[in-house]
Design a protein around this ligand. Structure first.
Ligand code: ATP
Length: 351
């Protein structure tokens, strides 16, 4: 599946600007980004619910840009599962197969529904109506309804967001398992990065209608292409220190980080990025970062420390055995120099 130069404008609002994205058959790809960045609009264009203002969309080698939704060989699962309240689980799953143009025999319908229900663990619930089953089971019915159509592509728009935390985590692994068993292409939309990280082969991080970076979850986490991705990914995101390169160090108030040899022509301003788990407490007189502790949260296996370093509020995961108190001066530094990332402070691009 491919987006080539796809844009969508609603009057003066550009919801999606110039998206290029290729999805290989069988991949699980997630569009991840903050609210309003254009994820749902992108999905709606593949589904055929919105017409692009520019560009083409291809599924396989078919140009589907202006094809009606029913002809696209896709199935969509929404966050509000949109089940028919008066129909049984069986009839809800069977619904797409009853469409006149499919002309499927009752036997075939029954077989397909039973196969899907068995895969989703819904076999015992086929005679119930939606209000008689749980939220997670309803979500599975919505998936079953998509599955019976054996589509080439599944589109999933925040399908787990109406579930409570425990059920979300459970459904997340069920969905991953289902993807492996079906081998279908899945395009998933979420603003929950935990979901995106665990489910996806590939994540496309979006902001303001554009794709900022596309890659495997680990690559995006380790090598963000720019400051937006660095700050957006991670809970909490990467700490960013902006300063001036001077005498082999990045310098700013409270900041003096050695520059690597691989960075001879450092731009000014220059930014260093360090993830909270790669900051360690160091003696204040020699530490690359010097500041004041703001808060300390004990998390069991580690503590989350927030400290003011110059104008930057920094977060660090440190050993819970280190005693720190709010208001106390603290020295911090990268625990592994190889984990420091460098960015052009003007453009935000990784160096
Ligand atoms: P969320 O995570 O909140 O669902 P999203 O990333 O899916 O957000 P979209 O729903 O795609 O974002 O919206 C992208 C932008 O386009 C937003 O600024 C939104 O207000 C705007 N937008 C979406 N649909 C329309 C519409 N029909 N008319 C006008 N503007 C729209």
């Amino acid at each position: 599946m491919r987006f080539a130069g796809v844009a969508k404008r609603f009057g003066p609002v550009t919801a999606v600007a110039d998206v290029d994205l290729t999805i290989e058959p069988g991949q699980f790809v997630t569009l991840l980004g903050p609210s309003g960045c254009g994820k749902s609009t992108t999905l709606a264009m593949i589904a055929g619910l919105e017409l692009p203002s520019e560009g083409r969309i291809l599924i396989g080698d078919r140009d589907v840009t202006s094809m009606p939704p029913a002809e696209r060989d896709i199935a969509m699962v929404f966050q509000s599962y949109a089940l028919y309240p008066h129909l049984t689980v069986f009839e809800n799953i069977a619904f797409p197969l009853r469409a006149r143009r499919r002309r499927m025999s009752n036997e075939d319908v029954t077989r397909k529904v039973r196969d899907a229900a068995a895969m989703l663990g819904l076999d015992q619930l086929l005679d119930r109506v939606p209000r008689e089953i749980s939220g997670g089971q309803r979500q599975r019915v919505a998936l079953g309804r998509a599955m019976v159509r054996t589509p080439t592509v599944y589109l999933l728009d925040e399908p787990l967001s109406n579930l409570d935390q425990q059920l979300r985590v459970q459904m997340r692994s069920e969905l991953k398992d289902l993807h492996q068993r079906l081998g279908a292409t899945m395009l998933y939309v979420t603003h929950d990065q935990g979901e995106a990280m665990t489910l996806s082969d590939v994540i496309a991080v979006m902001s303001a209608g554009r794709i900022e970076q596309v890659g495997a979850p680990r690559d995006l986490y380790d090598w963000p292409a720019n400051l937006f991705v660095a700050r957006f990914l991670g809970e909490p995101g990467m700490n960013i220190f902006e300063g001036e390169p001077l005498d082999g160090r990045l310098r700013a108030a409270g900041v003096s980080i050695p520059l690597p040899d691989t960075l001879p022509d450092a731009p000014d301003p220059l930014c260093a990025g360090i993830r909270p788990e790669y900051l360690a407490v160091e003696p204040a007189d020699t530490a690359p970062l010097l500041g004041t502790v703001r808060t300390v949260e004990f998390l069991g296996s580690r503590s989350l420390v927030r400290a003011d370093i110059g104008a930057t509020l920094v977060t660090a995961f440190v050993s819970p055995d280190i005693e720190l108190a709010p208001g106390q001066p603290v020295g911090l530094g990268p625990s592994d120099p190889c984990k420091v990332r460098w960015f052009n402070g003007r453009t935000g691009a990784a160096i």
